[in-house]
Design a protein around this ligand. Sequence first.
Ligand code: NAI
Ligand code: MG
Length: 501
Amino acid sequence: METNETFALLDATRAFLAKPKKMLIGAEWSDAASGRQLDVVNPADGAVIARVPEADERDVQQAVAAARHAFDAGPWRNAKTTDRERLMLVLADLIEVNARELAEIESLDNGKPVIVAQALDVAMAAQCFRYMAGWATKIEGSVIDAGMPYLLGSEIFAYTRKEPVGVVGAIIPWNFPLLMAAWKIAPSLATGCTVVLKPAEDTPLSALRLGELIQAAGFPDGVVNIVTGYGHTAGAALSRDPRIDKIAFTGSTQTGKTIGHAALDNMTRMSLELGGKSPVIVLPDVDLDTAAQGVANAIFFNQGQVCTAGSRAYIHSKVFDGVIERVAKLAANLKIGPGMDPATQIGPLVSAKQLERVCGYIDSGFGEGARAAAGGRALDGPGFFVEPTVLVDTTQAMRVVREEIFGPVLVAMPFDDVDTAVRLANDTPYGLGASIWSNDLAAIHKLIPRIAAGTVWVNCHSLLDNALPFGGMKQSGFGRELGRAVIDQYTESKSVMMNYA
Ligand code: NAI
Ligand code: MG
């Protein structure tokens, strides 16, 4: 990798990085009870750019107590819905005002290109708060005619009301740190819940900056609390705390199951957005260039660290060679570099651990007989860079085809008939996303219901909108985020019957 010119950091970003980092618990910015800290690493060069508190169970318990108190005391739950809406809109504006700084923080912490971070992560986070602000004033129950045959002469007024579920424990991953924080905090705020957020240990910085903006917006103390720490300690303490009413988790399927078991012991509600191994189905009628660009974008966006990444391509044998040749060329031409370089298209993976994991998968593919049509190697350090990789000669049984790699690694296989494509696409424990590439309307409409996935894209991939529910089938989890659907996940329905005979 050549070293290139990079964007100069804003003074605000430098100032944020330089100051001591604390956690937001109630009204206070606190160190960990243990005094311990963990290093925050820039994956572009491996340098330590900050240190954040390493929370343990004591800190998490304090944060939960603060959120519990803020919920039970009622300043947020009983706030006028218009006030909830207004403060959320203020926060969205503050995110936009500080967009460049947030994007720089995200790029330095996660590795993603700063241009992408600003245009996508930060912009979508602001928009998520705005969209959810709209829901604050639109939460409705219904009036229901009760017709009980056993109560003669009764006059019953029956209705349902939606009430906030309570204290939300949010545990999020490192691939879209700010955006995932928004996905959990925004519906909590809209519905009148309070929240304890634990960002991923690899990417805690943007959540802490968001905490400052939340304070600046003027939310009551304790409504949002942010604790930084490891999953097996801080995350585990959060998921088993009986004062938490709902866990909202995004991350790996394995960790989701661990969290889900802990939560169920307390009958804590949960929504789990878990892993994926999303298929990309290319039908024979496609334009080769368009399809190849789509297939490449589906896997290489965000260095492949996307839960819906199109990581398995099933391409009709008539167009297989033409598409793969083009995808391989696109992969080889992607500009790899640090996120702060304006020319960068592929940044580093998030951590040394993730680099090792992704390279381990590529090697296992080679060991099982796969061949690289593009990429296949890590770059020499420093920094956790791996080449965009396209593996062919793969079979359905290989680990690279079955398991979530979470890196820029595509496996591609030809098929001859649509039934086979459907069978192979669905032959996975996951069911998060899928895309179909074709202009054959009849074929597309027939395929969509046959794919077991929470989202099916046609001639696009991994597009998300705040108004559309997002979530998975099978081992990709349960519950839906975003859209009207998420409001149900953050509220309880209460039925009321009133006898006025
Ligand atoms: P992870 O799922 O273990 O981590 C996600 C979050 O869960 C982090 O905040 C972490 O601190 C927390 N966590 C971990 N263990 C916990 C526990 N026992 N109790 C409570 N919270 C816990 O993912 P990790 O280890 O960062 O990455 C490993 C693999 O997981 C990746 O290579 C990728 O395949 C997959 N992954 C999938 C994601 C997705 O959105 N589908 C996101 C992140 C990782
Ligand atoms: Mg980092």
